[in-house]
Design a binder for this molecule. Sequence first.
Ligand code: BGC
Length: 755
Amino acid sequence: MKNRILPLIAGCAIMASCTTPQESPMDAYITDLMSHMTIQEKIGQLNQQVAGDIMTGSEQDTEITDLLKRGEIGSVLNVKGVERVKAIQKIAVEESRLGIPLIVGMDVIHGYETVFPIPLGLAATWDIDGIEESARIAAKEASANGVAWTFSPMVDICVDPRWGRQAEGAGEDPYLGSKVAEAMVKGYQGENYENDYNIMACIKHFALYGAAEAGRDYNTVDMSRLRMYNQYFDPYKAAVEAGAGSVMTSFNIVDGLPATSNKWLVTDVLRKQWGFEGFVVTDYASIDEMEKHGISDKQHNAALALKAGTDMDMVSRSFVETLEKSLKEGLVTTSDIDLACRRVLEAKYKLGLFNDPYKYCNIDKAQNSTYLPEYRETARKLTQESFVLLKNDNNILPLKKQGTIALIGPMAESKGDIVGTWCVASDPTKYKSVREGLETALAGKAKVLTAQGCNFVDDEYVQKATRSVVPFIDKEKGKREAIEIARKSDVIICAMGEDAWMSGEGASRADIEMPAPQRELLAELKKLNKPMVLLNFAGRATAIKWESENIPAIMNVWFGSECADALADVLFGDAVPQGKLTISMPQCVGQVPLYYNHLNTGRPLAEGTERYANFTSNYIDVRNDALYPFGYGLSYTTFEYSDITLSANTMTVDGTIKAKVTVKNTGDYDGVEIVQLYIRDPQASVSRPVKELKDFKRVDLKKGEQKDVEFTITPDKLKFYNYDLEYVLEPGAFDLMIGANSSDKALKKTTFEVK
Ligand code: BGC
């Protein structure tokens, strides 16, 4: 029977009238559909296959037409172009026996063709509404191009910048991470899927992927449950509570079991404790990879994954190739398969794909909905907001639009690297390079001289392996050209750091300093004694101690399709930097993992102590604190904080108190300050962090203006998971801190008591 979906839809009203009082129309519809499905077709729904060009593992592209016709595919991923999506969907809908539509997924991580800063940079805006808007724009573009489902947000907490995928998350903090996660889900999914521009979000990677040992991608994770609950789980939970339709498992093991087959994680925590009702997809071929983790063979691993609560197998074909056999042998039951199939069909139903399988395949719409000027404008604004000014000696920045400016470095002209990591759908032909951005802003006013100057890294093989499109040049020639133009210029801007793929998946670095050829060139240029600005392109927290000691102005920038224009805006003062770090930037890699919300030792060193102290928890050769702490970032203006006033010094366990500071703009520019509130529970039944972010506000302040900034302390801000994993508030004294960043010297402090 062909195309039975449409008659079913036509019969929806009849179906609904047949519904038992307990059964929703969706349940009735799916029950009816499943009653017509063979076991092979049900298993087919659990199978996702590559149909595009993007592959991250060992699986190869397959001739999918026959499989689609046989109903052996429930979903495809990473297909760019609405025509291609439509063609694939057409085979599933018109040529398979039951015509069940596919759910088409894609890694739309920080935008589709309009590319926002990498997620780590977006988080640095602390602009939750803006972040939600970025996801909404990404959904509008993606949905117009055939995509119904994005593998985003990645909400993995990461305190180890050696891990390249720090780029894809919101950083090290569970509170900020939760706010970002929630905003992204809302942005993608909206209120519901009634319109054709909301798409399904996928929370990833569940769980703890960001804690890969030694920052080496795909590596083992081992941590206490207390730490999972108190430091790592919140963003996943927040995204579940925001209604995300799907969850992706992670490559790593958790408690000795691969996340993909970890029943405690996927069923007990995710579904039972947090109430997740969507479906779970594996991360890529993680079922296949279980064999290498030393669990079992393909068939048994697939059965374990299904039984754990994983519903869809991304690309490994383990489900389609083994589940039928496992059913016969009693490794899985029909109800295990039915449950997973139902969850996948429910997602399709909710998305409206049974009503209109081509809902996301309107070819005219695609042309009129992608890379629109208004989307680019929003991206440009968010990109400006994301830059983190780390240093600005003698107010070198903003620069004047005059004279001759030398633009030097491997990022100066690269359009291919400008968007940053993980942009499946980006189109570099459309984006400006940094040079073009500066030239546009300076046309008729100042001259820009450009030189690549050096390679990203010393090793040609590595530069090519990271997929940079920047040519590998002769070292001496590069240096000569750079120095020549620098000599002729009034100011030197260095566009350096990491190329797009020096961060992201599979891009771990053991050394996170400025790579040697770039550092060497910086040192040469410094000898010219000219005003110098370093634009540090970064997909992680890099260790730039030498640069911070030697270069007068440094700004961290985080890629994006509108990065070049946004850079020009901020460099020349048409916009003022606002971003603040959401990761701690270490002095050197040996400090890693480094994060502000750590526990105290029994022999702590006071924060800010510069000299080594014997028999204390510190290093002989480097100080303890970050080079640039979590929450840190400068503006062109300055802000002053008053002391904290509390509405009361005590609160009850179910009460609230208010904490207020006055923040004044004391400099020469209008600006935005991100006011941060931290709390510490200094004596508790388990050791608690020295401080934890619990709230923040972005405050607009005109030159000379001051505003009261008030926070409400609710019981939730004081609760934590105790030794028995109960979420509790323990009465007693609490420290409360408000200020410009997480370092002690930037915070005003007070205490209050909970009775
Ligand atoms: C990554 C995921 C991604 C998937 C599909 C995997 O290798 O870990 O984040 O969504 O590929 O492209």
